[in-house]
Design a protein. Sequence first.
Length: 94
Amino acid sequence: MNDEASLHQEVNQGREAGYLLENPVFQQTFDYLKDAYFKAWEQTSVEDSKSRENVWMMYKTLDTVHGHIKTYVDTGKLAKKQLEDIGVKNERNG
């Protein structure tokens, strides 16, 4: 795949990822899970370190997933800018 095709793919992936992050059901699900995991973590006893660690890892994993999706959005924005720059350069040379 050439550079320009890769950039178009990144723009499309970024757009799709943005739709996902803006989707109310997705947002509600993430909010619900974060709240549920945090409450579960708070309710575990200090002595039950294994359960506390497992619930905390689940809570933090949500941040990782959200961050990964956000990376697609950011990469798509950068790719769009690069495509715009390529278009401007081609207009000047053409």
